[in-house]
Design a binder for this molecule. Structure first.
Ligand code: AMP
Length: 212
């Protein structure tokens, strides 16, 4: 199946998408991750988007749509995919309709307090990009990645001012997508407040593997 994962920043979309990707065997496509990789590699795209991303604003629709269009043309997406963090505007959703079929938009629902709690505790590995949380998913050793031994850091856009801005951007530009997909009968709400393994279970119940 071709999924979109919707929900505010901090809803846990990335963590869930990684788990679903591994267990359902479909690629996890995160536009945020693609941008961060470009920034790390200092490509022309990375240099162009760094300041926008650090502030918590959105990269332009044209750049982002082109990137996703190119990614979805690759053969590993033929049996399904998860779009995490895309679309983020109605214009992106309308553009996506022209080059991909979407079977379900899963809305991971969480309130603002939950978002702040999740994002302010998030730590990311500088080497392998694995995510941890100081309370909910702590690394075995403080500030050290359990998987590769890399150093953990706080994303610039997880700092308090940027979190506030990202929530405003989400409400103004991305939340309207919930009604956009609901009106097409493509929306499935899942409560994202419980621990990740419970949210994953809810997803697996809603979408049994043999039917995806
Ligand atoms: P994420 O990892 O999904 O939270 O994305 C991190 C940042 O990347 C966002 O705050 C935006 O600056 C940028 N970004 C990711 N996906 C998109 C998108 N679909 N449209 C515009 N900007 C995006």
């Amino acid at each position: 199946m071709n999924f979109i994962f919707l929900g505010p920043p901090g809803a846990g979309k990335g963590t869930l998408a990684a788990a679903v990707s591994a267990s359902y065997g479909i690629p996890h496509i995160s536009t945020g991750e693609i941008f961060r990789a470009a920034i790390k590699a200092q490509t022309p795209l990375g240099c162009k988007v760094k300041a926008i991303i650090d502030s918590g604003s959105l990269v332009g629709d044209d750049i982002t749509v082109e990137l996703v269009k190119e990614r979805l043309s690759q053969p590993d997406t033929k049996n399904g995919f998860i779009l995490d963090g895309f679309p983020r505007t109605i214009a992106q959703a309308e553009a996506l309709e022209k080059f991909a079929r979407i079977d379900c938009a899963v809305n991971f629902d969480i309130d603002d307090n939950g978002v702040v709690e999740r994002l302010s505790g998030r730590r990311v590995c500088r080497t392998c990009s694995h995510n941890f949380h100081v309370v909910f998913m702590p690394p075995e050793k403080e500030n050290i990645c359990t998987h590769c031994g890399g150093e953990l850091f706080v994303r610039d856009d997880d700092k308090p001012e940027a979190i506030k801005h990202r929530l405003e951007v989400y409400r103004a530009q991305t939340a309207p997508l919930i009604d956009f997909y609901r009106s097409k009968n493509l929306l499935k709400d899942i409560d994202a407040k419980p621990a990740t393994d419970l949210v994953l279970q809810a997803f697996q119940t809603a979408f049994p593997k043999e039917r995806t």
